[in-house]
Design a protein around this ligand. Structure first.
Ligand code: GTP
Length: 360
């Protein structure tokens, strides 16, 4: 049976302050640590043995997932002494793999939400006899990504850095962060130093004449690297747009965990999640947002497309749109926070200190 490596050791800098206390894969999405969805999807595709490559805040994974038996998995943890990058992390767990040299090993980035047909990626790999197979997805605007053009048989022809000019946009296919490696190639990555699989391993293998196969699967795909994307992904899981066997039950277009308290006239819509022991006050309206455990949204607040950290507070009548509130932070009453605003963990914004006038 196929085994998998999950890369979960990144610092998640783009997701700060959500990743100050919690590594990105452990930030809750649709009520459970995001990693739960990936593990459940891997299990559903027939994976039974998973090695987690950890680094940043490594100590939080094992207490939560243990030996993986709750998910029907055999889970192992390997922690880097120093961050080794994506390729170095893969090499660093090689001794825990059980596959033979020519057998396929799945590798997943720990921050991608996707409906990828995992079995199809493995079949593509074995059917084409590739050394490495990559899930590719198509994006409307590829400028922010490395491009991966393929020939008519799906074989990768190049790895191109982020394109700067229209002429450089030769394809809309990008690396979607899921791979199958022939096991022997994992052993060939240099050990004991940082390696980027995207910038060093893949271009190097291509230059050596290795067979890298691309599989375009244009199902749901979202990189949860930014707060806006993370909130969107969580809402899409609740709304059923993104598939996962691990969403803990939903009611219409919201998910309220059992110990949360929601005022009868509060309105929760658009895939909103209310975490354990969180409180939503009278008349509050929360849309497309994630309210983590123990957070409080006071009466009359309007929260849209925002992430409210664990134990944070949003004061009465405050209006938040596309904002991120760190764990334990407190936003006073009558504030107005707009897209991109990040309030750091445990900071306090006094009542009425941030307002936007409509005629500004
Ligand atoms: P940013 O800092 O916001 O770019 O996020 P990130 O640290 O997660 O980096 P990136 O999104 O490029 O990482 C892609 C995947 O590789 C994520 O699942 C990371 O957890 C993982 N990753 C990145 N660097 C390392 C590393 O040094 N060690 C391990 N074990 N995993 C890593």
């Amino acid at each position: 049976m196929t085994e998998a490596i999950l890369l979960v050791g990144g610092k998640g800098t783009r997701l700060r302050p959500l990743t100050v206390n919690t590594p990105k894969p452990m930030v809750p999405a649709a009520g459970v640590p995001f990693l739960t969805h990936q593990l459940a999807r891997a299990r559903a595709a027939g994976v039974t043995h998973v090695v987690l490559a950890t680094s940043y805040l490594a100590e939080v994974f094992e207490p939560h997932f243990g030996d993986g038996s709750d998910l029907g998995l055999d889970l192992e943890y390997v922690t880097e002494d120093e961050p080794l990058g994506t390729g170095g992390a893969i090499r660093n767990v090689a001794s825990r793999l059980r596959s033979g040299p020519d057998e396929p090993v799945l590798i997943f980035n720990g921050d991608i939400l996707t409906g990828l047909d995992i079995r199809a990626l493995v079949s593509t790999h074995t059917d084409t006899g590739a050394d490495v197979s990559l899930h590719l997805t198509r994006v409307e605007d590829p400028r922010a990504y490395g491009l991966v053009p393929t020939d008519s048989t799906g074989r990768v022809t190049a790895f191109l850095e982020k394109p700067q000019t229209p002429e450089e946009i030769v394809t809309d296919q990008i690396n979607a962060g899921a791979y199958v490696f022939r096991r022997a190639l994992i052993d060939s990555i240099p050990a004991g130093r940082p390696v980027s699989v995207e910038r060093e391993t893949f271009p190097g293998l291509l230059a050596e004449g290795a067979h890298l196969q691309g599989m375009v699967d244009s199902t749901y795909w979202l990189d949860l690297g930014t707060p806006q994307a993370f909130v969107r992904g969580s809402a899409d899981l609740v709304l059923g747009r993104a598939p996962s066997p691990a969403v803990p039950g939903r009611c219409g277009d919201r998910l309220v965990l059992p110990t949360a308290r929601v005022a009868p006239d509060a309105k929760l819509t658009g895939g909103t999640v209310v975490g354990e022991d969180a409180v939503i006050g009278e008349g509050a309206r929360v849309t497309g947002s994630t309210v983590l455990s123990g957070a409080v949204i006071e009466a009359g607040a309007v929260v849209t497309d925002s992430m409210i950290g664990a134990g944070a507070r949003v004061g009465a009548r405050s209006v938040l749109t596309g904002a991120v509130i760190g764990d334990g932070a407190s936003v006073g009453a009558d504030n107005e926070l707009r897209a991109g605003v990040r309030v750091w963990c445990n900071t306090t914004l006094p009542d009425g200190c941030v307002r936007f006038s409509s005629d500004m």
